[in-house]
Design a protein around this ligand. Structure first.
Ligand code: FUB
Length: 324
């Protein structure tokens, strides 16, 4: 019935700003990372396998669209097998173009206690991609090395942010496959990112984190710049489920100011939420994921999209999921 209503609405108005959610219905496509190249949006996603266990994922997928309605499937150009050092868990990723090459930052498990960030490179947004350096770009023996997000500033300086429970960043060199200086830790406070996930003991000793509805930085950063404002969207926390929250800054390295939630806890049928934001052909879009595709759930998540308008001061309005 909902599909029929959507179809009739689209026919009557003659315009659908994006496809019906989930926009990809042929695979489970978590952690969508949109990228604009020429006249199209490319979306790089993971590949959930429901029933497989704790985010045991083996490959990454690519889709593209010129109108946000019709999506073309470009298959799975990279998998764990593309990285000789990878062991398991092909988690969230993002691709960016520089000087005609496409750099796809991915994260995966390298041993029992280590997630690492790697980078694949191609001459084409659809691949073929190859491991650019044959080893991890970021590896510190920690489960925090997940969810890379990359952005090139107007002066050419590229930044790679990532993290779970802690937000890190490095300044990438112009080659995009190495970095200069040390790994920086972003201060996570109530003022900068709503707070930080702590152990129950730490929470008990710090009053500001004991409220059950308290937001905090969990994972899934998405770093970008728009009209002079720098943004970090991230997966926050609301009553035990991830929401999407954001912070803003006037510089690429902070200081950051927590702004609140973009997508509060919704009936997504998924513990996690993770996404990206772009402007494309005059509209702004939030990409995120839900477990609402048939057979889906927390381990069967799918890319969804909502269009929205920024407030005049650059802040982002609250966004709800539309009917699937
Ligand atoms: O998809 C695996 C993990 O779940 C991602 O790396 C996190 O951001 C969460 O979405």
């Amino acid at each position: 019935m909902r599909s029929l209503i959507f179809l009739i609405t689209a026919l009557v108005t003659g315009v659908a700003s994006h496809a019906q959610n989930p926009v990809i219905q042929t695979h489970y496509t978590p952690d969508p990372a949109p990228m604009i190249y020429k006249d199209s949006v490319y979306v790089y996603t993971g590949d959930d396998i429901p029933g497989y266990g704790f985010y045991y994922m083996t490959k990454w997928r690519v889709f593209s669209s010129g109108d946000m309605v019709n999506w073309t499937d470009h298959g799975a150009p990279i998998s764990l097998e593309s990285f000789s050092w990878a062991v398991d868990r092909a988690w969230a990723a993002q691709c960016i173009q520089r000087n005609g090459k496409f750099y796809w930052y991915v994260c995966m498990q390298t041993d029992k206690n280590n997630m690492s960030v790697g980078v694949a490179v191609s001459d084409n947004p659809r691949g073929p991609f190859r491991d650019a350096i044959g080893k991890p770009l970021i590896t510190t023996g920690s489960w925090s090395n997940i969810d890379p997000t990359v952005f090139i500033d107007d002066n050419g300086q590229a930044y790679l942010y990532w993290g779970n429970g802690q937000l890190y960043y490095v300044k990438l060199n112009p080659d995009m496959i190495s970095y200069a200086g040390k790994i920086n830790e972003v201060p996570l406070t109530v003022a900068t990112f709503g707070g930080v996930r702590r152990s129950p003991k730490e929470q008990a000793s710090e009053g500001s984190h004991t409220e059950p509805n308290k937001d905090m930085f969990v994972e899934g950063p998405w770093f970008y710049k728009r009209n002079g404002h720098y943004y970090q969207m991230f997966a926050g926390m609301e009553n035990g489920t991830e929401c999407l929250s954001y912070s803003m800054s006037s510089g690429p390295e902070g200081p950051w100011t927590y702004q609140g939630k973009i997508m509060s806890k919704q009936p997504t049928n998924s513990f996690t939420n993770h996404g990206g934001i772009i402007d494309f052909k005059g509209k702004s879009y939030l990409f995120y994921h839900t477990g609402l595709l048939k057979g889906g759930g927390s381990y069967g998540r799918s890319t969804s999209v909502e269009s929205f308008k920024y407030n005049e001061d650059g802040t982002i309005p609250a966004i709800s999921i539309s009917a699937t």
